[in-house]
Design a protein around this ligand. Structure first.
Ligand code: NAD
Length: 295
């Protein structure tokens, strides 16, 4: 079977151009430049890379971006004070705190200290709740980006069996809710699988659309899928390589080489879900600047 790549890199370029056009319209009409602030605690290599991509993308679409760095030993209290200061700062539309945080800081408390109006990551319980009942909300960037990618490739979800592997609050869980919503990008029958799921393969073999957000390198193999499936690979794993200049390359949660030939569509890693996640964050920031969710 010949498969088609779901090209997140190319799609995200188009979306960035659309966002840049909207930003120039805002400025032409005398409006303010959208402004995203990012907080980075410590110097985790992967987090540094993610934040660098996000700030670079802001500049590409004409947003203002601010990076606020703290050492690993910042206290939870000090971090919350900074967030509260940004909550009140009218110049900043959106705020993200890069996860994971050091162990002495509660991620839940930090997420809850960002006001929902600026929570462009869509992690605050208010945004999660609003999303769940179908009210306007900031939607977590990775599932939002996946829905956008499916939409742009005209892949319908209605009536399909979507199997999501992974139940994290930022990917698997919101993905399963969004796919089952009564709307154009939902209307599917969803099975959410996780580490306690029995007979995983029996379930994944039924999937019309399979979303792998497990965090285990090349976990999904060709014997786990049926012919013609659409596979979305969320995983990102940095592995050593002597074939690249940097000395490492990225792998996903799916064993691409053996799975792809059975698929109708599949996302590559890199260049699939990753770039779509970043543009979704930009879209959320634009919504925040235009006050479209909370008025
Ligand atoms: P997580 O570690 O929080 O969750 C993993 C989930 O997988 C858990 O819910 C667990 O129940 C499930 N799981 C683990 N082992 C399993 C097994 N044997 N069978 C079935 N389910 C199992 O992960 P996350 O934050 O959702 O991230 C998942 C992956 O996606 C990671 O590789 C992460 O780096 C990547 N990620 C990528 C992007 C992107 O933009 N591309 C964004 C977020 C996360």
């Amino acid at each position: 079977m010949s498969y088609q790549l779901l090209d997140g890199k190319e799609t995200s370029k188009q979306i960035k151009a659309e966002i840049a056009e909207k930003v120039s319209q805002i400025i032409k009409n005398g409006g303010k430049q959208p402004h995203l602030a990012a907080i980075l605690v410590g110097n985790n290599g992967a987090s540094e890379t993610y934040v660098a991509h996000k700030t670079k993308s802001c500049v590409q679409v004409g947003f203002k971006s601010s990076l606020i760095r703290f050492d690993n030993d910042i206290s939870e209290c000090e971090l919350i004070e900074k967030i509260e200061e940004i909550n009140k700062n009218d110049d900043i539309n959106g705020l993200i705190v890069q996860l994971p945080l050091p162990e002495h800081i509660s991620e839940d408390k930090i997420i809850e200290s960002i006001i929902p109006e600026k929570d462009v990551d869509g992690f605050h319980p208010t945004n999660v709740g609003r999303m769940t009942v179908g009210l306007p909300a900031y939607i977590s960037a990775t599932p939002k980006g996946i829905l956008e990618l499916l939409k742009r490739y005209n892949i319908k979800t209605s009536g399909k069996h979507c199997v999501v592997i992974g139940r994290s609050n930022i990917v698997g869980k919101p993905m399963s809710i969004l796919l089952s919503q009564k709307n154009e990008t939902g209307n599917s029958t969803v099975t959410l699988c996780h580490s306690r799921t029995k007979n995983l393969k029996e379930i994944t073999l039924q999937a019309d659309i399979l979303i792998a957000a497990i965090g285990k390198q090349e976990f999904v193999t060709s014997d786990m899928i049926k012919d013609g499936v659409v596979v979305i690979d969320v995983g990102i794993h940095r592995v050593k390589s002597d074939k690249t200049k940097s000395g490492w390359k990225l792998k996903g949660d799916v064993k691409f080489d053996e799975v792809a030939p059975k698929c109708s569509y599949i996302t590559p890693v890199p260049g699939g879900v990753g770039p779509m996640t970043i543009v979704s964050l930009l879209q959320n920031t634009l919504l925040a600047a235009k006050k479209e969710i909370y008025g």
